[in-house]
Design a protein around this ligand. Structure first.
Ligand SMILES: Nc1ncnc2c1ncn2[C@@H]1O[C@H](COP(=O)(O)OP(=O)(O)OP(=O)(O)O)[C@@H](O)[C@H]1O
Ligand SMILES: [Mg+2]
Length: 112
């Protein structure tokens, strides 16, 4: 299983939900966030020097998917969310070693 943390602009939530639904995933955790990347929160690509860190509103959509689905989903998210402008966001990918459904005690990939 892979965990994807999709950090993107708040207005992109519906687009992410549609892509996940197409792959038949409905489980997700969405957190509102404040963040900065290389431009330190400046909206312009080259105005990064002498700027205090400015945090801009983002959302983090955390989803856990099967290994075999992750590359397709990552690819669609990247293509669906890019505008070419700075601040489009990032997707962080990590391995998930197990999952437990608290109600039943079931474990592993079958939960997804
Ligand atoms: N190294 C990081 N660790 C954790 N979160 C990050 C990191 N880099 C970026 N983020 C998060 O992702 C959000 C979007 O980052 P952003 O798209 O500006 O990245 P970038 O590397 O500056 O790319 P770009 O040049 O396209 O703007 C940030 O506001 C922050 O919440
Ligand atoms: Mg940036």
């Amino acid at each position: 299983m892979k965990r994807l943390d999709v950090i993107t602009r708040p207005e992109n939530l519906d687009k992410v939900k549609r892509i996940l639904a197409k792959h038949e995933y409905s489980g997700m955790t969405v957190t509102t966030a404040m963040g900065a990347g290389h431009q330190k929160g400046s909206l312009k690509e080259f105005e990064i020097l002498n700027v205090d860190l400015n945090l801009l509103p983002k959302i983090n959509i955390m989803i856990v998917v099967l290994d075999e689905d992750s590359e397709d989903i990552i690819c669609e998210l990247q293509q669906g969310l890019t505008t070419g402008s700075v601040g489009d966001g990032k997707i962080f990918v990590s391995d998930v070693i197990d999952a437990i459904r608290i109600r039943t005690g079931e474990r592993g990939e079958k939960l997804l």
